[in-house]
Write a protein that binds this ligand. Structure first.
Ligand SMILES: Nc1ncnc2c1ncn2[C@@H]1O[C@H](COP(=O)(O)OP(=O)(O)OP(=O)(O)O)[C@@H](O)[C@H]1O
Ligand SMILES: O=C(O)C1=C[C@@H](O)[C@@H](O)[C@H](O)C1
Ligand SMILES: [Mg+2]
Length: 246
């Protein structure tokens, strides 16, 4: 069931700092600049001026659940940037599998948490996909409390069918470790998630649509809450209540 796990968890008021206006350069140049700035791929223009949470919408979940592939699609659907913290890590420190061999997992977790904290400090609506083990870090979990968090869940069977194990150091030598690792981490995923989607039970297109709808509903909810919190401030836009938003 794709039901919110912690319905009503406050996402907090959207940031008021404006998102920097992109300069009117040629798209190719903008794409290149964004790529070298840390993995933020420019996305299609935000659809229909819709309200979205003005902060990172974070995708978490076990290895190969689909955070990167679905994250990219949802970002594109909503017209906002996509960031993958694994990719940012690689840009900064080199391949993750090699980092594990040279420095060990503890050092990887420390560096990974720094990369994530840096990314979550940025304002503006965007999709941020975390590495599968990012929730292990207590500091990261604390930061996630301020963001809408989507948990993508799947099964070992589905992962072993689709994932490229060579790129996943914790699975490469022992693919069946997936289930054991998930059992250990499951309470951490559940603790940070606002909603869960099963990626083994739907197509990528279906999931893109459902997840995008959920993200858009969070934006509308945050906007209504902000307006409710300021009853004496006249708004230039009327508040539209819709039960289907929640
Ligand atoms: N709904 C889906 N249906 C079929 N295949 C999927 C679905 N979602 C993801 N996949 C496939 O599963 C594989 C893993 O996806 P992806 O790399 O996005 O996972 P991830 O959660 O980012 O993994 P990691 O934790 O290692 O970063 C990919 O081959 C992707 O195409
Ligand atoms: O689940 C994990 O511990 C990991 C998942 C990947 O996304 C990478 O962050 C790395 O391979 C570790
Ligand atoms: Mg990924």
């Amino acid at each position: 069931m794709n039901e919110p796990r912690r319905a009503g968890r406050p996402v907090g008021p959207p940031e008021t700092r404006p998102v920097p206006t992109p300069p009117s350069f040629a798209p190719a140049a903008r794409r290149e600049r964004a790529r070298s700035a840390g993995g933020v791929r420019p996305a299609r223009r935000r659809r229909g001026g819709q309200r979205l949470p003005e902060r990172a919408i974070v995708f978490v979940g076990p290895m190969a659940a689909g955070k990167t592939s679905l994250g990219k699609r949802v970002a594109r659907e909503l017209g906002i940037p996509f960031v993958d913290t694994d990719a940012q890590f690689v840009r900064k420190y080199g391949p993750i599998a090699e980092f594990f061999v040279t420095h060990g997992e503890d050092e990887f977790r420390r560096r990974e948490a720094e990369v994530i904290a840096h990314e979550l400090a940025e304002t503006g609506a965007r999709i941020v996909a975390l590495g599968g083990g990012a929730v292990i870090h207590e500091g990261t979990r604390a930061l996630l409390a301020e963001h809408p968090v989507v948990l993508l869940m799947t099964t070992q069977e589905a992962v072993l069918r689709t994932a490229n194990l060579a790129k996943r150091p914790l699975l490469r030598d022992d693919p069946s470790a997936w289930g054991r690792i998930l059992r250990e981490r499951r309470p951490l995923y559940d603790a940070v998630a606002d909603v869960t989607f099963r990626t083994d039970r739907a197509t990528k297109d279906q999931l893109t649509e459902r997840t995008s709808r959920w993200v858009a509903a969070q934006g509308r909810k945050a906007w209504r809450e902000r307006n409710r919190a300021r009853p004496h401030t006249p708004s230039s836009e009327p508040v539209k209540e819709s039960r289907s938003d929640d």
